[in-house]
Design a protein around this ligand. Sequence first.
Ligand SMILES: [Zn+2]
Ligand SMILES: [Zn+2]
Length: 274
Amino acid sequence: MMKRSQSRHRKDKVKCRRCDKYMRSRSLNRHLLTHNIKIECPTCKKYVREDRFHNHKVLCHDHLDESLCNRVSGVHEHMDRADCSSVNGFFNSYDLRFSSSDDYDSIFEKVCSTARPIVEAAIQRHPVKCQLTVSLSFYKECDGQRKESEKVFRSQCEPLLVGDNVDGFFRRARIILQHSVEVYERHGSGWNFDQHQCSKLELAKYSPLAGSGFVAISKKLSNMKSTLNIRSNDNRCFLYCLLAHLFPVKDNSGRHTSYLKYLDGEHVDKNGHT
Ligand SMILES: [Zn+2]
Ligand SMILES: [Zn+2]
């Protein structure tokens, strides 16, 4: 029984024709992208995978840190749609409504102009992470029959801080959306743009990492016992690190309380000078 189910599992897997690795069939498409050729970015000279190159080029040209442009880092815990619209509004999805157009370029223009006042109002209050999603339908003629499909396009998810100018975000969003549709039409075996279905603005409350406080280090690193990561709940982590170096303690070296005795005015003055 055991044997049979194992062999069935192996049979479920497919082989990559490029590197002979086995994987689940649903992982294959994503895996194949890793074999894409890499292109040199004219701005930073890094080599970037072909499928990611266009977005990278747009962000890199505007000197935006690509590592901040994902949907997770610095974002408060996502809530269910049902919760989010009610309580604290940590994560909000806004339906963007406007009169439709025949060409997708002017649809993207309307998406941006409808979303703009919402984004501008949001960043008066708090930094946000911001993304536009546009759902479009396509058609093609196949053996005399009309086939239809729907596809969702996303702009890059970008962090916007209080007082930021939103022009750059919307300009990049339009370039990226436009490019994704063109790629889809070109490589999607003959799909033609039909009409706009719906558009959304997604906003999440964003907290940029501040230079203070305690940040846990990885288990691998802490198990090596070669680093000291002092736990404190105030903003004096750098001062504790200096004190740990100047006045090493044997016990509880990872607690900030072990160093409080040096904050006596004799070792460290009130301005934090040692
Ligand atoms: Zn492969
Ligand atoms: Zn670059």
